[in-house]
Design a protein around this ligand. Structure first.
Ligand code: SAM
Length: 298
């Protein structure tokens, strides 16, 4: 957490390679999709259907990346490993979600086991990468929340999301009558603000869609603020190197260098939050994290 002390130098240095390993993993899926497309005779597809190929490759990578690995050689042991590293920041936050919940970019539904509380009345998951929807549906079934989890084939931009919500249910009726009423009691941003096309605009729209008193729960990797006491100039340079090597291209438009905290704090005109409790973790690394809760002024 924010008070954590950095690990020894060797561990810090070797952790700088972690994003590289992730990128190579994603790259291998991209090469595979690229190769399959060429073998099917669609020689121009890499140029004419670039985004489709990238989405397909990212979808396959993310399914692979989020599939739990077996902990023991016993094939009957299906125990899921406990969360470690940045993943350990997520459960205490998400377990506080309640009411009508927006789960932005749920991916394969990795966080769903944390969203089974009866105090959650409905969940909406806008996930533009439709090749992940099968896994997402299966996870909702497995967690017994399929009747209240609505998967939406859209991004989180209000211009797309609000019409999609109107088609799904009456959840926007009060908002349509008076936008100040908002829509959601809780909004979850877990490793997703790094990928949305226009973060400032998106965060302002999320703020508008929160009900007064509503809570935004955040766990996001962010730019290494190397000027902060615990930041690292080397890790900031490494973030730049991975970006130049194509991180965004292979990892679904994810940016390593967003100042998410500044954007979140500024939402609602800067005075829009009743309370902001944000912490930084792993500030010495190429993937520092921001996590916490922002409560909209009532
Ligand atoms: C790094 S994954 C995180 C998935 C999930 N939140 C988790 O913690 O496992 C980012 C997800 O955001 C989705 N995404 C990207 N742009 C988005 C957008 N504009 N609106 C909603 N989701 C988006 C991606 O398709 C992907 O599933």
């Amino acid at each position: 957490m924010s008070s954590e002390s950095p690990p020894p130098l060797f561990e810090r240095m070797s952790s700088l390679l972690d994003p590289g390993r992730i990128m190579l993993w994603a790259m291998s899926h991209y090469i595979q999709v690229f190769g399959e497309t060429i073998l099917k005779g669609q020689l121009l597809a890499p140029f004419t259907q670039t985004q489709k190929l990238r989405d397909e490759a990212f979808g396959r990578f993310w399914i692979d990346f989020t599939t739990p690995r077996q902990m023991s050689s016993d094939p009957n042991n299906t125990e899921i490993p406990p969360p470690v590293g940045s993943s350990a920041l997520i459960p205490p936050l998400l377990r506080t979600a309640s009411g009508v919940v927006l789960d932005i970019g749920p991916g394969t539904g990795t966080q769903m086991p944390l969203l089974t509380s009866p105090s959650i009345t409905a969940l909406y998951g806008p996930e533009p990468c439709t090749s992940l929807h099968g896994a997402l549906r299966a996870k909702a079934e497995a967690e017994g929340i399929s009747s209240k989890y609505h998967i939406l084939s859209t991004g989180v931009a209000a211009a797309d999301l609000v019409p999609a919500l109107r088609k799904t249910s009456g959840v926007v009726d009060a908002y349509d009558a008076d936008p100040a009423a908002g829509i959601f009691d809780t909004i979850l941003c877990v490793r997703v603000l790094c990928s949305v096309p226009q973060m400032e605009k998106t965060v302002d729209e999320l703020y508008a869609m929160l009900k007064p008193g509503g809570r935004l729960l955040v766990t996001e990797h962010v730019v290494n603020s190397w000027r902060r006491a615990k930041g690292s100039f080397v890790a900031r340079v490494v973030q730049g190197v991975y970006t130049l090597l194509g991180w965004r291209w292979f990892i679904g438009d994810c940016a390593l260098d967003r100042d998410t905290e500044a954007v979140l704090r500024a939402a609602g005109g800067g005075d829009g939050w009743e309370s902001v409790e944000l912490e930084r973790s792993f500030e010495w690394s190429a993937m520092p994290y921001l996590s916490g809760v922002l409560v909209k002024r009532g």
